[in-house]
Structure formats: C-alpha cells, structure tokens
Design a protein around this ligand. Structure first.
Ligand code: PMV
Length: 357
C-alpha cells in the first residue's frame, strides 16, 4: 500500500458531480513486457503520447445514503450497456478503492466511447483507463483540493492499476514509466513526462496500419505472465533499460538514424520474447512482415527517415517526422494500404495527454 496516495482527507458530499475527460492511446518506443504485482514493471518504458486515438469518458457520481463494500457502477460504451466490461472494471475498482475510499459513497454512471474504429486492434485499455482515472481524480480534486502536480500524479498512479501502460497516457509528448537512473524523478508507481526533447519529436507522426482487426490470440495479461519463467527475461529487462538510456540523448539531439535503430530493435525484441516464451506465439501476420520490408526498401531508396514499431499485435505503427508527412503519406497510400484489412489506417501524431471535452 502506497500511503501517500490514499485520499484520507477527501470527504464525500451529498452533491451529484458530473465530469468528462478524454485520454489518448500511447505507443511505446521502449516496451514494457513483464511485471510484478501490483502492476509494477520489470523494466522502464518510454512512449509517445498520441492525439487522435482517444477514449472520451463521462462519469456521474450520485451520492448514496449508505456506503457500499464495493464500488457501485454502471457502464455504457458507445451507446450500449457492456456486461463484458464489468470484470475488468470490478478488478480496477477493487484495486483503487483503498486509495479513494470516498468512492464507496457514490453510484458511478460511466458513459464512454472511442474516437478510433471499434475492434480495430488498437489497444483501448490505455486510453480508457487513463480517461476513467482522470474523471475519478477530478472528484478527488474537488473534495481534497489537490495541487496540479498531485492531481497529475494521482491520475497516472490510478491508471497504472487499471492497465500498466495507461499510466503513460496522461501527459504529452513523451512519458517514461519505471525507475531508471537516467530519469531523476522516475518511479515504478506512475509515469512522468520527459520534457527535454528535440522539436522534431514533438509533432512526430504515427500512421497505424490495421493489418489484423481480429481478436488477439494472446492477451497482454498472459504475455506479461509468460515473462516469469522466460529464459531470456533478465537479459531483456536489462536491455530495455539500456535502450532507454541510449534513447534519451537521441531524443534531445533529434538524431533520427539512432532513433530508428533503437525503436525498430525494441519492436522486434518484444516480438522475439513472444516467439521464445513457453508456450510460444507469433502475433505478427505475413502482412506485418511485408509492410516492414516495404518500409525498409522505401527508407533505403529515398533516405526518408521513416521507421516502424509494433505493439502486442499484428498492426504496424509507421513513425516519421512531420516535415516528410506528404511523401510518407503518398508511400503509405501507394504501397502499404494494400496490406491492411479494408485498406484501413488511423493517422495519428504526438499529442498532449488528457483533456476535458
Ligand atoms: O498495459 P498492458 O498490460 O496492456 O501492456 C502493454 C504492453 C505493450 O503495449 C506491448 C508495450 C507497452 O509498453 O505499451
């Protein structure tokens, strides 16, 4: 239990409180894969906060006559009640109730939607948990008068307890999560903004190619667990921390060649962990590899600094500086969309974190 995050001084009132927050997805450059209870990462990770792929969440807090043992809530997603979302939310609320005991005094009506296509294969747990955490901490801020820094830290802290990578979706343009010697205020408990970055990275583009929109064969929950007995786990955790240390000066200097080298290596190493776990699995599809081949050929032919990264799935994130967006978008249209399901691609870029909407 982290005592400093317990909202002991937040006294519930008898007023209805309604709030609306949106939070973006994020894409990790240095990947988090492997954790311990309660959702503490085995290595530090670093991500771009995105802009267009967001979850918008409204929470109405209705005061109850008597406090409940568990947080009482209803959930409507994109206009429909979603019983299938309840187990994950119940687990989240059970984790955070000790940190927000005032929640026992309210019925929560949660209404949520994503701005990106439903079931697109874009992970929505990061954006949805960050948006919900922002709503919960908004009430706490009213009840306990949190400072801006306390508010942002608490949002990231609670989001982490919902979905690890969600803690990196709260502020722009880059966030780091996990204790790392090169980032002085870093911690396993929440993500912190990384501010010292070259302007080329503050409006970097991410075109998300939707290669396979199907259900993932392996959930990230199981994937993290498989790192427990993984023969290469310790080397991988050490290597991710080394990649992060190497990336920080690259981000400051705007060194795109070094950026590409580290980012692509990270993506492939994440998938190498999946392919070498027990049981083993492959989340890439043949089209994932075709896209990677095309990106490498285009970069070689044109010298344009475009690269890829991957999440725990088949989709490819195509990363490039804004000043080459026109050429890269023509390339995506001409050479890459044919590898996507229904030629679908979500154009996103680096953003600035949670906002009221
Ligand atoms: O936050 P989770 O438990 O869904 O794990 C996310 C893991 C990756 O997306 C593969 C990597 C990362 O750091 O975001």
């Amino acid at each position: 239990m982290e005592e400093r995050f317990v909202a002991n001084n937040a006294q519930p009132t008898k007023d209805i409180f309604t709030t609306r927050w949106q939070a973006p997805s994020n894409i990790a450059l240095v990947k988090y894969w492997g954790k311990t209870v309660p959702q503490l990462p085995k290595n530090a990770s670093l991500s771009f906060t995105l802009s267009n792929a967001v979850t918008q969440t409204q929470v109405e807090f209705i005061p109850l006559d008597k406090p409940t043992q568990k947080v009482s809530f209803s959930i409507v997603f994109e206009g429909e009640e979603k019983p299938s979302f309840r187990p994950k939310l119940e687990a989240f609320f059970a984790n955070i109730l000790p940190y927000q005991p005032f929640l026992a005094h309210y019925q929560l009506k949660i209404i949520s939607q994503n701005t990106f296509p439903h079931s697109s294969g874009i992970a929505s747990s990061a954006s949805s948990m960050a948006a919900l955490a922002a709503c919960l901490v908004d009430l706490e801020t009213q009840l306990a008068k949190l400072s801006e820094e306390e508010r942002m830290n608490k949002i990231s802290f609670l989001a982490r307890l919902g979905s690890g990578s969600a803690c990196r979706s709260t502020q722009g343009a880059m966030m780091a999560w996990g204790t790392h010697p090169a980032i002085s205020n870093s911690t396993d408990l929440l993500a912190v903004p990384v501010n010292d970055i070259h302007p080329v990275f503050t409006d970097f583009c991410d075109a998300i190619l939707l290669i396979d929109k199907g259900q993932k064969q392996v959930s990230s929950t199981l994937g993290h667990k498989l790192m427990h007995q993984h023969p290469y786990a310790e080397q991988r955790f050490a290597q991710a921390n080394e990649h992060l240390a190497a990336l920080l000066p690259v981000l400051q200097q705007g060194d795109l060649d070094a950026f590409i080298f580290i980012v692509e290596k990270e993506a492939l190493h994440l998938h190498a962990m999946m392919m070498t776990s027990d049981p083993y699995f492959i989340l890439m599809q043949p089209n994932t590899l075709s896209v990677i081949d095309q990106i490498w050929a285009f970069r070689k032919d044109t010298g344009i600094p475009v690269c890829f990264t991957l999440d725990a799935g088949a989709n490819v994130h195509v990363l490039y500086p804004n000043n080459v967006a026109a050429e890269v978008n023509r390339f995506i249209e001409a050479e890459l969309l044919e590898f996507c399901q229904n030629r679908q691609c979500v154009h996103d870029k680096v953003g600035s974190g949670i906002k009221k909407y």
